[in-house]
Design a protein. Sequence first.
Length: 311
Amino acid sequence: MTSKDFLEKLVQTCPDGIIGVNRKGTVIIFNTAAEKLTGLAAADVIGKLSIEDVYDVPGQAREIKKAIYSEKYGGPGRLEGLEVPVRGAGGRKVPIRLSAALIFEDQTEIGSVGFFHDLTEQKKLEEELRMSSITDYLTKLYNRRHFHATLTEEMARSLRYKHPLSLAVLDLDNFKPFNDTYGHQEGDVILRLLAECIGPVFRATDHAFRVGGDEFALLLVETALDNAGRVVERFKAYFAEQWSQKMSYLGRRLRPVTMSIGIAQLTAREKADKFLLRADLAMYEAKNAGGDCVVLASKKIGGKARFKKSR
């Protein structure tokens, strides 16, 4: 076997995509792994396509060429560990880690070669780990930790763009008797039922969290207080409807689980702790009034709150 044959076999059996280009950027090397990565056949690429056609972002190849000449990624003349997307089969975006080097002949640059390591599985695992760290295991809603981070972000966005932001805090009524009578397994069913009722009522841009045992929070972006009250009333009614349909097997010995909900709208220059406290106080007012109702918080702590519906 000649050195050329050995090198060709090495290129073709490499598990990472290998793509070589000439000085003009035309593809001249395109191994089997590169075919699998991009969904393109080597016969349709070599000598026919520019490296620009491989990357997902227009102008990406030029930016990478600049990076090879810089000191930033191990150069000049080398590039190591740059994460960029390439265009995969069906137009999907494939994350890769790129390592590349310039090729010289008689001290004249004649092209470059890049190694394209597919990061799809790694990114998938990273996302799964990230989601497990911010998600409540039982309800699959976001957890308390993520609530505080998201609250800070949405408050900043609301104040920056002068869009309304409403926060609803809810606590379940009559939940403990079901836990005590039927056990925590049935209690978990109730909590999951509430979580399932969120999707059909709220928008994808809103955020839902389980912040405690039977305590939940909802952030309604670009939503003023009265509109938030109407949405939350629909949610409360939808939960009651689902309860009558899905929890009837528990019988009628106990009063059905309902919700006490307090809602506050963010005011100018308000801090997160005060915003949350106003929503909490409104929820406690709903609870003290017998539950199964929505209370709209006043703009100031100690001010007069409003019941969304007459009791």
